[in-house]
Design a protein around this ligand. Structure first.
Ligand SMILES: NC(=O)c1ccc[n+]([C@@H]2O[C@H](COP(=O)([O-])OP(=O)(O)OC[C@H]3O[C@@H](n4cnc5c(N)ncnc54)[C@H](OP(=O)(O)O)[C@@H]3O)[C@@H](O)[C@H]2O)c1
Length: 305
């Protein structure tokens, strides 16, 4: 392994608040990038020296591919390791042009954003409006993908300091959700009262009700995150907008490689660079977790191995 990235999920696993977390010690993190050191008999897709990233859910390293898949970082041992063994169905080649740190961010955050925009429901189209909440890992990928696809991108953040960065990455509009708690109304104001065609909903219990009101008629919401607490949303607000709500769990459940390959092709063709905010060394891992907890990052936090 050459690098591994942190996701909010890893913080929840460390706190014991992630649903179904393994109770006994586990090697953390689900996302990694590395090089193939050696291959077993019958392996066809890889050879030593190949640069690879891993998928989120994995079959046991010795297969068979039809064995039940489980997530890395809990319950399976994860990617914060110098060496790891994977079944070949759990790896994919790293897109050319990405550093090991950038490659290590692709999996959970990248795949989740990709699936919300292009996999779940009607794919986001050029000229449509995309709304991303916050500037963390998932949202930074959604911003990159949305801008590359020609969407009009609205970014919310609690920090004005992050808006310049958002604009330099392709955001068209920005809303400070702390200064503007009724940010759904600001979204309607920015879209002639229509709303966003696609909403990347990473906020959690406190925010979907606003997303239901910010979505355009027949638009879609990718229900992804659990960052905040609050009241349960009123589902009728979604109904009144004829909105489509999609539960997102990373990429597609059945064909993880197809979705991953499509995303990597888009990264390659558009020369996109995942947003790496900070890197830490292996012996600074607790500081990396603290940085994620402080939430001052824009994009991803990565550990170099
Ligand atoms: N379902 C899935 O498959 C899946 C996959 C990946 C992630 N997730 C979930 O998605 C969420 C984001 O994950 P991540 O790894 O991208 O997290 P992250 O990198 O830690 O992102 C944190 C950022 O989210 C923003 N944020 C926090 N509370 C918010 C709120 N109430 N409203 C709007 N934005 C808020 C903040 O941005 P600002 O600093 O700009 O305000 C914060 O910096 C987490 O809940 C995670 O568990 C789910």
């Amino acid at each position: 392994m050459r690098a591994a990235s942190l996701n909010y999920r890893d913080l929840m696993i460390a706190r014991g608040s992630y649903p179904g977390s393994r109770e006994e010690p586990v090697i953390p993190l689900s996302d990694g990038a590395g090089e193939v050191d050696a291959v077993g008999e019958g392996v066809q897709r890889f050879e030593p020296g190949d640069r690879v990233v891993n998928t989120f859910s994995q079959v046991p390293p010795d297969g068979p591919p039809s064995a039940g898949r489980k997530a890395l970082g809990s319950p399976l041992d994860g990617t914060l390791a110098e060496q790891a063994v994977f079944h070949e169905s759990g790896l994919i080649h790293t897109p050319d042009g990405l550093s090991r740190e950038e490659a290590a961010t692709l999996l959970c955050a990248g795949q989740t954003a990709w699936h919300a925009l292009f996999g779940a429901g009607a794919p986001l189209q050029p000229g449509q409006t995309l709304l991303t909440l916050g500037t963390g890992g998932v949202s930074s990928f959604a911003l990159l993908f949305g801008a590359a696809a020609g969407a009009h991108v609205i970014v919310t953040s609690s920090s004005d300091d992050k808006f310049n960065r958002a604009r330099s990455l392709g955001a068209d509009e920005t809303i400070n959700y702390e200064r503007t708690p009724d940010w759904h109304e600001a979204v309607l104001g920015l879209t002639n009262g229509v709303g966003a065609d696609c909403v990347v909903e990473v906020g959690g219990v406190g925010t979907p009700e606003r997303s239901f009101q910010a979505v355009a008629p027949e638009g879609k919401i990718g229900l992804i995150g659990v960052l905040s607490d609050g009241e349960n949303p009123n589902p009728h607000l979604l109904m009144q907008h004829s909105g489509h709500l999609h539960g997102i769990y990373v990429g597609t459940i059945n064909q993880p490689l197809d979705s991953f390959q499509a995303m990597n092709a888009a990264i390659d063709v558009n020369a996109l660079q995942p947003v790496v905010d900070r890197t830490f060394s292996l012996d600074e891992v607790s500081e990396a977790y603290r940085a994620l907890e402080e939430a001052e990052h824009f994009g991803k936090i990565v550990v170099t191995i």
